[in-house]
Design a protein around this ligand. Structure first.
Ligand code: IDP
Ligand code: MG
Length: 145
């Protein structure tokens, strides 16, 4: 089975700046398929589950506060090697260093805040994708076709 699924989030900064369409456009133009999509106000428990790996880090609380600061858009994106492919489209975590041409490199910059605001989240492995898809889309299969 070569087709994969990944979880993409447009974070509150992306929604506030009306960049949802831009992010979707880049995903679709690249050739990946969006197979599920929802807008939501993420509550603390969903964010604690999603960011469990970062618990205890200095930016953990600011991160959860930021992610709860406004609506987010969650989507399942599908395609061969989409997990690494979307990470490549997104660019590295720090938007100052993200290569121009990437979502973070083109659309985000350092805002001087204690949490990095960088428009999007993308799962970093097949294991993370399965775990994260189950959080935001319970009942939808994590397996591609
Ligand atoms: P990723 O989103 O590129 O996978 P992670 O290391 O998983 O990066 O971190 C999750 C999110 O936490 C980042 O996207 C960013 O918003 C924030 N973050 C990560 N590292 C830092 C940091 O060192 N300072 C402030 N915020 C950070
Ligand atoms: Mg991550």
């Amino acid at each position: 089975m070569s087709t994969e699924r990944t979880l993409v989030l447009v974070k509150p900064d992306g929604v506030r700046r009306a960049l949802v369409g831009e992010v979707i456009s880049r995903i679709e133009t690249k050739g990946y398929s969006i197979i599920a999509l929802r807008m939501l106000d993420a509550d603390r428990s969903i964010l604690e589950r999603h960011y469990v790996e970062h618990q205890g880090k200095p930016f953990y609380e600011p991160l959860l506060e930021f992610m709860a600061s406004g609506p987010i858009v969650a989507m399942i994106v599908q395609g061969n090697r989409v997990i690494e492919g979307f990470r490549s489209l997104a660019g590295v975590t720090d938007p100052t260093l993200a290569t121009p041409g990437t979502i973070r490199g083109d659309l985000a910059r350092d805002q001087g805040t204690n949490v990095v605001q960088n428009i999007v989240h993308g799962s970093d492995s097949a294991q993370s994708a399965a775990r994260e898809i189950a959080i935001f889309f319970p009942g939808i299969s994590v397996e591609g076709k």
